[in-house]
Ligand binder design. Sequence first.
Ligand code: IP8
Length: 271
Amino acid sequence: MTDVVVVKFGGGLITNKAKLCTPDLAIIEQLVAVVKRCLESGLQVIVVHGAGSFGHLRAKYWRLNEGLLPGVEFAPQDDCSSQKDAVSLVRKDMLTLNNLIITAFQKVGVSAKSLPPHRWARNTGSGFSGDILGNFTITEEVPITFGDVVDCDNGEFGILSGDDLVVRLCRDIPNVTRLVFAVKGVDGILSKPPEQATEDDLIKEWSPSIVYSGIHHSEIDVTGGIELKAKRGAEVASFGIEVMLVNGEKPERLFDACIGRQTRGTKIISE
Ligand code: IP8
């Protein structure tokens, strides 16, 4: 059976995180080209992407990660006057971002299938419910899913991060051999903040007991930044799956990580 690789395109990598709904089309094309090369090398690939400025900014303002907050008064925005509106708008914006990625695949002759979590998943965290095997049948099409606002069993909503989705995809889909996180601006998990780090501060092999420098922009992000990736990555490594976190702006490294060739980045192992 063919090996399956799960690749997470970080939301901060594929969008300009600070500007509402601003994609980085050049990076998206570069990432798609890497996936195409992986397919040509005989791998099957599942793509998960983050939200970046198509999700976090509005979700943060309307505190969608906290569920329904009936007692809180929010100042309306021009196009949005309630948390419920915000849920619809974020879902719509995420579909727009997803569509840009699907289109980039079509442009290079690869068909991709969109699997928006709000249509097939419920609840948040890596224990969310949803029929993974039924939805992610591996065919000629590359399955693509993403961090989204999902319905929850308590009648409310919550944010299901792409970093939670990858855990379940790796656990439930047979033959997943590798998980690769492609992130922006760093070569991997660092022992110092990126602005102070030198080449030597890359942690080449990380396990949960190793102290590292987390860069979580909690003023922008409603999910967990590098910390969540590290934690979820270790969870996946405990299933016996290889996990790498690499600089997504370096296509050669991403390709090497996907095919299992040694490259610059952080290998995440479980304790
Ligand atoms: O960027 C977050 O997904 P992530 C999803 O993969 C939303 O953590 C809608 C903010």
